[in-house]
Write a protein that binds this ligand. Structure first.
Ligand SMILES: [Zn+2]
Length: 85
């Protein structure tokens, strides 16, 4: 699932900005760069899907639970799924 040897395609920047991208807090130029990168990079698409799922689950439930604890719980649950590698 994770591809580590992709530093030549902009993955580092894309993933660094991914969390903000998903919160729509980056400027439009960066937003476009990341969206374009994701469109061409399966590794980062996986990462984006993971991050988006995490963000949505936490956002949905954080009104009732401690966000940090919930975040760790969700990460553990998602990570525990069979990895395709
Ligand atoms: Zn990438």
């Amino acid at each position: 699932m994770r591809v580590t040897d992709m530093s030549d395609c902009g993955c580092e920047k894309a993933r660094r900005d991914l969390e903000e991208f998903l919160r729509n807090e980056v400027c439009k130029t960066e937003h476009g760069d990341i969206a374009e990168h994701l469109a061409h990079c399966p590794g980062c698409q996986d990462e984006a899907h993971f991050a988006r799922t995490l963000t949505e689950v936490v956002a949905r439930a954080c009104k009732e639970s401690a966000p940090e604890e919930l975040r760790e719980l969700v990460i553990a649950r998602l990570r525990s799924q069979p990895a395709v590698s």
